[in-house]
Design a protein around this ligand. Structure first.
Ligand SMILES: [Zn+2]
Ligand SMILES: [Zn+2]
Ligand SMILES: [Zn+2]
Length: 482
């Protein structure tokens, strides 16, 4: 195929063997006859996908975006002939639409900008799976100057929602792993959640495709007949409406006192519904709601479904920075590794008991501080993994020197420190923490070329009316947004 096209405008685009040449760039055109080989992309600057067949276009974009080759998955991709079947997921995974081939020249700046941003990325290899996938996600967002991961309701997704940029890395039946990755990123402060919706998953295969029915509590049958319950005021008789109904004319008369029932609300009412099981004839008021998984056929009571929040996520400053600074694998191994500190789970447990103690004795005082070292990544990036651990030990030591032995320190990750200060007024505790932070800034400035460490902190009394985790989340969210 050779169209030999030549377009007007300052930059000319020419077409030969499925490749548009436009200025310094070569764009591969995927029509329906092109081989579906995403690795082909590495050789070109961008791609144009013919989206007349949306499903075909989706298969192709999935192959490109799910590649682990940075030369492939970040490629600018434009759609053409994309009019009739608009698809949110396809749109989210591509970089815009061409109304005609003449518009190729207008995309040159987009290609140049994405290439420039790609050149700024940290390209070090990661070992762990979470880090690999999440790094791909933030690389994509960074090069597209995006900051949010929004869930899209999707019947093709095993969990009923898809986060295109994350989900593209998983087969549909693995989609719950998308939530695991996002949970991990949240625990490491790379993203912040805004509640969007809640889903209920099969507790065996984690599918959201379940069919709910009301069932009989004794034989589990879903073949139920609901009936109004009727209460006759004057004699007090209560029974299903069928006991009152005259078989011939459908009028109501009381089976106990034989009076006719005239006006609802005046001489009788319908206090509730009653159910009859047509399989075992059992009569009952409360049915059980059961959910049958359409994938693994598991049939469970709804209270045993796995409830998960579906959030809209925004990158934190740390998350945005990680695209160019890299993700520290140390974040994952941090627990328990720094002397004189406790891991974050233990810290949360201690604070939980602290709260119980305060409930029984209101005179007790206890506060906790959260300190975020906002730009310490820049140092981590330069000093390497071994020295990072050593620096964390020094940070813990400085904090330790400035508080009393009964106070507890924990690193939630390599940028977030939590300190529990006991038996001090909040004002005094605040002074203690500010002093410790200033000592820390001095240490950093003295050892790293006058590096100006930015530390944000907040200290609060332990709240009796709130779970520690809730209070902690609120504080870190406030700090992250500062
Ligand atoms: Zn039954
Ligand atoms: Zn009666
Ligand atoms: Zn299932």
């Amino acid at each position: 195929m050779d169209k030999g096209a030549d377009f007007a405008g300052e930059i000319k685009a020419t077409f030969k063997n499925n490749v548009f040449s436009c200025g310094e760039y070569a764009l591969f055109y995927y029509d329906h006859e092109s081989p579906l080989n995403p690795e082909l992309m590495a050789a070109y600057d961008a791609a144009i996908i013919d989206a007349r067949d949306v499903q075909q276009a989706k298969i192709l974009i999935r192959r490109i975006r799910s590649s682990y080759n940075i030369e492939v998955f970040l490629k600018p991709v434009f759609l053409i002939n994309y009019k009739n079947h608009f698809d949110n997921i396809l749109t989210e995974l591509t970089d815009g639409t061409l109304l005609s081939f003449e518009q190729i020249t207008e995309k040159v700046n987009d290609i140049r900008n994405i290439k420039k941003l790609i050149s700024q990325l940290d390209k070090s290899e990661s070992k762990s799976f979470e880090v690999q996938v999440f790094k791909k996600v933030i690389d994509y967002l960074y090069t597209r100057e995006e900051r949010t991961l929004a869930p899209i309701p999707d019947a093709n997704s095993f969990i009923g929602f898809t986060y295109p940029v994350v989900s593209v890395n998983f087969e549909p039946f693995e989609e719950f792993m998308v939530l695991d990755i996002l949970d991990w990123a949240l625990s490491q402060d790379y993203i912040w959640p805004d509640y969007f919706d809640r889903i209920y998953l099969c507790n065996q295969c984690k599918s959201a495709h379940v069919s709910m029915r009301e069932t009989c509590p004794s034989c589990q049958s879903s073949q139920l007949k609901p009936e109004d319950l009727v209460h006759h005021f004057s004699c007090g008789y209560i029974g299903p409406i069928s006991d009152f109904k005259n078989k011939i004319d459908g009028t109501l008369s009381c089976p106990k006192c034989s009076k006719n029932l005239r006006h609802i609300g005046v001489d009788y009412d319908k206090p509730s519904l009653i159910n009859q099981c047509l399989d075992c004839n059992e009569i009952f008021q409360d049915y059980k709601v059961k959910a049958r998984c359409l994938h693994c056929k598991n049939d469970i009571e709804v209270q045993y479904l796995l409830a998960k929040d579906i959030n809209l996520y925004k990158l934190t400053k740390k998350g945005r920075n990680a695209a160019i600074a890299g993700i520290s694998e140390g974040d994952i191994e941090l627990e328990n590794s720094v002397l004189n500190t406790v891991n974050f789970k233990t810290f949360a447990t201690i604070l939980h008991y602290e709260r119980q103690r305060m409930k029984t004795n209101p005179a007790l005082k206890s506060c906790f501080a959260v300190i975020i070292l906002d730009n310490i990544h820049e140092i981590y990036k330069n000093i390497g993994k071994n020295n990072e651990r050593a620096l964390l030990v020094d940070i813990a030591q400085i904090m330790r020197d400035n508080i009393t032995p009964a106070d507890i320190i924990s690193f939630q990750n390599n940028t977030t420190i939590c300190i529990n200060v006991n038996d001090e007024e909040l004002v005094i505790a605040e002074q203690v923490i500010v002093r410790a932070i200033n000592k820390l800034k001095d240490l950093v400035a003295n050892n790293f070329n006058n590096f100006d460490l930015k530390a944000k902190h907040r200290i609060e009394s332990v709240r009796i009316d709130k779970q520690f985790e809730t209070q902690f989340k609120e504080i870190t969210k406030q700090l992250a947004q500062q």
